[in-house]
Design a protein around this ligand. Sequence first.
Ligand code: HDD
Length: 678
Amino acid sequence: MSSAIADAAKQLFGTANAKVTDLQSDTIDPASKPNKGLTTDNGVYVSDTDNWLKAQNGTTTGPSLLEDQIGREKIHRFDHERIPERVVHARGVGAHGYFKVYNDKASKYTSAPVLTDPSRSTPIFVRISTVQGSRGSADTVRDVRGFAVKFYTQEGNWDIVGNNIPVFFIQDAIKFPDFVHAVKPEPHNEVPQGQSAHNNFWDFVGLQPECERFFVKFHWLPELGVHSLVWDEALKIAGQDPDFHRKDLQEAIENGAYPKWNFAIQTIPEANEHDFDFDILDATKVWPEELVPLEVIGEMVLNKTVDEFFPETEQVAFCTSHVVPGIGFSDDPLLQGRNFSYFDTQITRLGVNWEELPINRPVCPVMNHQRDGQMRHKITKGAINYWPNRKAVGAPVPTSEGGYADVAQKVAGIKQRVRTPKFQEHYNQAQLFYNSLTDYEKTHLVNAVSFELSHCDDPVVFQTYTKILNNIDFNLAKQVAINVGGTILEKPARENHGKSTPTLSQLYYAPKEPTIVSRRIAILVADGFNFAEVEGLRAALKLGQATTWIIGPRRGKVYPAGQVVGTGEGIWADHHHEGQRSTLFDSIIIPSGAEHAQRLAQNGRAIHWVREAFGHCKPIGALGEGVAFLREAVQLPGVQLASSLKSDSVTTSYGVVTAGKYDAGSAVADTLKIAQGE
Ligand code: HDD
């Protein structure tokens, strides 16, 4: 390899984010010089992009001429804009960032510098996706979320292609096409989109109930915890703003609330592979943290949005087979199949030279004797494209000098299509999961399965599946069966082992310190609101890195108490009551102001805003006359509200926080409380 290439790579790795710097050579800013204006793809300035070349005769329109190379080029390029969308995980959003480890603790397990060298900051690109829906489906559908990370390391690219669920649905890669066919829209009518609530999926899962080296499981632990939408919100947002999550990521990064994850590993020495009552290579099983504790060793931060969606987020291509020295593969039958599948799919989507695309190419030097193929970008000098060769060009690198080393592993067995007995046990951990849920998580689960099975109209499907649930828990099976007309059984199919583990409940992943970072808080106003209070609240919430949104009767000026509606200075409302709904915000505040409160109380949409937010268990705050409006809107006798307009003491009840008057001194504390729903 030429030392010039190696030097260039070294220089790139010296920059703040080597991958972002690397992409600059392929990034165009249309506003910058020397671009005088529009050109053809071959760089010729275009003088008219609106009219096809025609054989025009006076006022009679003549035929369009095929010879118009500018018109043809524009149409050709348009006709070929689409590439096949990903067969799964088609809808996604991407961002750049960095990864670093805190110390060299992982050097007990690996020699990979990306995991052991704390002086390094490795550039990464992350793509977060849904699984079932097409590229245009909604963000808030009920689905697993994909989480693929590409590390541009100095030793080459390493991809971790994970999901937000700790287990997978199937055990063997050979079942993946069946699984995906079953979950995707049904083939005869391409329905439903972005949903698993249909016969084929529940039919399939009803018949397929599996849903020194160290073995390692990788975990990304979100700094701000794990939060879910309630189903009613998710359904509504899918219509109100199908790009809700995409925008959320972009908004967080643009506001400097950079999403951050801790990186943790679970490790099992090779010698202990068979010490567990489940097979550790079965991707449908967790490694309970009581048995195999997590070690947090690093962090990942996303701090830059993409410049253009297609060349970055759409063309980024992950491969589980991309590993760097120090990391290898287990015999997990799912992983083995994935190592084949990802590479294969990229060839279909992007062509055989997909690894040369700017977003996919490593920052470190790449050199081999692979050549040609569609869309080859690189030009390699010289007459040699094979190894061994008389000039020793492109020689393999010994493992002692950083070449990839395969770990020697003894393999013996009888060639057969089977699974081990441990792979055939499917219910112990399903029960462990169910037992570990809080009561309200159990309720959500019952509702979720009931919703899904209600959309299956073939009785064979919902009756079989409700019977299967009885292997997990009798009550779960019974409640779902009652809801959907399934098979109600008289007794459990098996004893409940009674074991549970806190780490399987979402509650476990609440942030250690309550925080409002990146929360969206709506301030609901009508003309006549209390200006000083709104300003104070906004400043206080901004300090906590939340964003505030004024929701008023119109997107335009709204007038505080003391100003004449229509002529006063006013403040600008970000949205009107109809334009954005409560579902799109994490919490609501209703400030004081007599006229404003009266106006809100006469506005059906404003009342619905508050009722809906309350129904979705969102924290709601109100001050002064805002409390009176809230009282009318919520009308729930159980909810305690501040009673006196004079009192500045805070009343908290059912996530509703109220005070008679606003005390600027305690503004920060109060508003933070409101937003956290304490
Ligand atoms: Fe997969 C994409 C995650 C099993 C075959 N998968 C894909 C993506 C994620 C996962 C996050 C999106 C990557 C992106 O953003 O571009 N897949 C998983 C996880 C699995 C898993 C966590 C189990 C532990 N996958 C799996 C199997 C196979 C595939 C068993 C096939 C044998 N997956 C693919 C694929 C995709 C893909 C067809 C579609 C687009 C792509 O690869 O790039 O090859």
